[in-house]
Design a protein around this ligand. Sequence first.
Ligand SMILES: C[S@@+](CC[C@H](N)C(=O)[O-])C[C@H]1O[C@@H](n2cnc3c(N)ncnc32)[C@H](O)[C@@H]1O
Length: 273
Amino acid sequence: MNYRHAFHAGNFADLHKHSILLAMLSALQGESPALAVIDTHAGAGGYDLAGEMARRSGEAQAGIFRLKAAADAPAVFQPLLDGVQEMNSGKSGDLYPGSPRLIARALRSADRYAGCELRDDDADLLRKTLAPCANARALQADGFDTAAKEAGKGGRAFIVIDPPFERPDDYQRIAATTRAVLSRAPGAALAIWLPIKDLETFDAFLRAMETVTRDLLVAELRLRPLTDPMKMNGCAMVMIGAPAAVDPAAAEAGDWLAARLGEPGGRSRVWRT
Ligand SMILES: C[S@@+](CC[C@H](N)C(=O)[O-])C[C@H]1O[C@@H](n2cnc3c(N)ncnc32)[C@H](O)[C@@H]1O
């Protein structure tokens, strides 16, 4: 496992993922008195964008730093911007929260969060990030297996799946885990992040997911036309059990990111299957 999210923290894909994730969490809280969130691929929980990995990639400069400087950022980004500000103690700083910290700060007293991380170094950081949060715990465990075994214990399941896509079977494991979660906890909600490099891989994944459930909400963001499949040209959030309020929030996030961070030919689309 070579992937380190510190290279990519705060990039356009994190802004898309984290803003939509927080909109979905808030909408689910409106429907369910208690949520049991499992973040299958949690990462370190927070990142220093002045650190070597982030500076080397420069991705945050083209992402969160542009969002923070924008005068026209729509409301959907506010919970994320609040999380960034809180992590920097209210000052303008270089820290960026990952999904564990963003979710943990939004939990109600009846909600629970478990973040899974396999790498020793990131699991250590995750434990430290979550230590002050009473309802959140870090597990050094395989996230796919944990979701399949634990979904729905202690509240309505909300499963967040954000793999590094280093392994060729990540797409198959997402579909298998979704199937296992929905058979264990039929009312579960899921939010799955995907990179978009070429259309064939993305389409094949959606076709595979349609054999698992017909209840898909897809938020697709392309920063540029998909002419070079070696690049991450965009990203998508594929959601199951998403309340109706998530559709306009996802459109608001995607439209702004495509217009402000995208290249000519970039676009955003939100649809239900
Ligand atoms: C894309 S990063 C997660 C970023 C995080 N969700 C966020 O938004 O802040 C993926 C993480 O999953 C970890 N990982 C890879 N395979 C895993 C598995 N099977 N179970 C749990 N963690 C895994 C990697 O070490 C990496 O830190």
